[in-house]
Write a protein that binds this ligand. Structure first.
Ligand code: FAD
Ligand code: SF4
Length: 515
């Protein structure tokens, strides 16, 4: 007699892709399981909005599956039988319901991937793993493209993606408007009287979820208004946010991509990373929508705005994932500069006199969000100049942002921001003095510190820390052709000036918690 196949399919909290082929038809012999477990809430100290947001999206996804008549088991955080590990919960379900097949989707995180791979190998029933059908590229595509090469230029990968997926290219695979990259048309500061669009936020009631998290005594950071949770928690809201972005923000996206201003937490950014990273919407949907809106309104939206946006998704996002799968697990231990310091205490409170950092950190605690240039040139820049250990920096970024999942967090943090990979992702460290901050923001005018002073009372800490960084790492950076000019400037400085800068930096580093 044939034994009927009874399959258990695991869906992780960042795999909420309703358009996945798993769900195209209902199979009465298939049961889906989603679980809220401590191994996931506790591997980093997360922002409360991140935990709440993922659980709310998982619950809503489970309901959607049930409404489509799929059989779903949902293990809540405080359920009595919750064993708080993927493997142990799955084994318990197999025993209880006599499943004779186990299936799961490729995890995005190395840690979970290893865990499920090992577990699946040990199971004494057949197991299968499926693609998440979310990304443009496969895990190994970047590695294959750069096979035998010493460098991994994002631009090369980006052009490959544009051609392969026929995005913004003509019939001969040439870039539309004659160039692949219009980055130099971007990067303006917000004009003084310019008020960016008011961000679209949602008002989800996630109070019950917050209560359960508190009951479980999960340690979190930041705050949440759980009666009015602002982030999209389902596909419908994610599509609404995409629509809002394409209609109201795309036309300024590139121009003000790097702009920062006090109390402007979103500027013209899409805030779609959370929806995309948990797969409520796909990168292709986002890119297609932006192109569709551009095509309808090309008299109002300049091409460089669109290209700048598409590059972030089809380029940077896929590139980071490719680097992650090529370089893990070694990547997680890279520390090119051998940095050892701790993050200043005020990274957890925003309680600093440095206006740019105060704003970026407060905003991160309030919204679980900061846009790219705040992450790179404010918090990341400071951490690098202060010589903070990349493990500390990673833990902070992995915890604080709602969109933080290791595959895209660590490559951005350890790679792009901290240069701890020695130049795999970036060609030079992203560091700056107050001059850059003043060029791209209005933070400096309201600051306790003086942007123009390099030494002495109230001198902006970025100024001396910047030169201290270059001086300290001359052995590693001195021959980098992209930095040569800075070393020329440093070498031309009078010895007294150099000493004063290094003394000032030393003083600040010794009193880092008081800055
Ligand atoms: C130190 C540091 C840490 C970061 N950590 C994360 C993280 O944990 N998760 C995350 O999704 N992004 C991370 N980023 C990349 C980027 O800052 C965020 O994707 C972006 O700020 C999300 O906001 P948004 O959706 O409004 O983006 P937009 O500015 O509207 O950009 C559109 C989309 O492009 C993609 N994108 C843009 N830049 C990048 C990039 N550098 N890498 C990958 N995708 C990109 C995102 O999916 C984003 O949603 C980090 C950047 C830095 C410098
Ligand atoms: S003066 Fe320095 S610390 Fe203050 S806002 Fe400008 S860059 Fe930041």
């Amino acid at each position: 007699m044939d034994i009927k196949t009874k399959t258990l399919r695991l869906i992780l909290g960042d795999q909420l892709n309703i358009n996945h082929s798993w769900f195209t038809s209902v199979d009465i012999n298939v049961t889906y399981v989603l679980m809220e477990i401590r191994s996931e809430t506790d591997y980093a100290k997360h922002h409360i909005q991140k935990v709440v947001g993922i659980f709310a999206a998982m619950q809503s996804f489970a309901k959607e599956l049930q409404q489509k008549n799929h059989d779903v088991i949902y293990i809540h955080l405080n359920d009595e039988n919750n064993l708080h590990r993927f493997d142990e919960n799955v084994v318990a379900l197999i025993d209880k319901y006599k499943f004779n097949q186990f299936e799961y989707l490729l995890p995005d995180e190395y840690r979970v991937d290893e865990h499920l791979k090992t577990f699946a190998q040990k199971l004494d029933i057949p197991t299968k793993v499926f693609d998440t059908e979310h990304f443009y590229s496969t895990r190994t595509e970047l590695g294959d493209l750069f096979a035998g090469k010493k460098t991994y230029l994002m631009e090369t990968f980006y052009r490959h993606m544009r051609k392969k997926h026929k995005v913004l290219v003509d019939g001969e695979s040439k870039p539309l408007h004659g160039k692949w990259n219009f980055d130099e048309d971007n990067r303006s500061k917000l004009p003084k009287a310019h008020k960016p669009v008011i961000p679209l936020v949602f008002s989800n009631d996630v109070n019950e979820i917050e209560t359960e998290i508190k009951k479980a005594n999960i340690k979190t950071i930041g705050k949440v208004d759980s009666k009015n949770f602002i982030w999209p928690i389902n596909r419908k809201q994610s599509l609404e946010l995409l629509d809002f972005f394409s209609t109201n923000c795309l036309q300024y996206f590139g121009t003000f991509q790097d702009a920062m201003a006090p109390n402007e937490w979103s500027v013209y950014h899409s805030r779609l990373s959370f929806s995309m990273n948990i797969k409520l919407i796909s990168p292709k949907e986002v890119v297609d929508k932006a192109i569709e809106v551009y095509n309808k309104k090309s008299d109002q939206i300049a091409f460089h705005q669109l290209e700048g946006f598409v590059r972030q998704i089809i380029g940077w996002r896929e590139y980071m994932r490719g680097i992650y799968w090529l370089k893990m697990p070694e990547y997680a231990n890279l520390n090119y500069f051998q940095h050892v310091e701790k993050l200043p205490n005020w990274f957890w409170t925003g309680d600093t006199k440095m206006n740019c950092l105060k704003d970026a950190i407060h905003q991160s605690l309030d919204y679980a969000y900061a846009h790219h240039i705040q992450r790179l040139m404010v918090t990341g820049n400071f951490a690098l100049l202060a010589g903070v250990h990349p493990d500390e920096v990673d833990a902070w970024y992995l915890g604080i942002y709602i969109d933080a999942f290791e595959w895209v967090e660590i490559t951005n943090t350890r790679g792009m921001s901290q240069f701890a990979d020695g130049g795999i992702v970036g060609t030079k460290p992203y560091v700056s003095s107050a001059a850059y901050m003043n060029k791209m923001s209005s933070y400096c005018s309201g600051c306790y510190y003086d942007k123009n002073k390099k030494t002495g009372d109230r001198a902006c800490p970025f100024n001396s820390l910047y030169w201290n960084f270059y001086h300290k790492h001359e052995d590693k950076l001195g021959n980098n052709p992209r930095i040569g000019m800075m070393y020329n400037v440093w070498k031309k400085m009078n010895a007294d000036v150099q000493k004063a800068l290094l003394d000032q930096a030393d003083h600040y580093l010794k009193h880092i918690n008081e800055l």
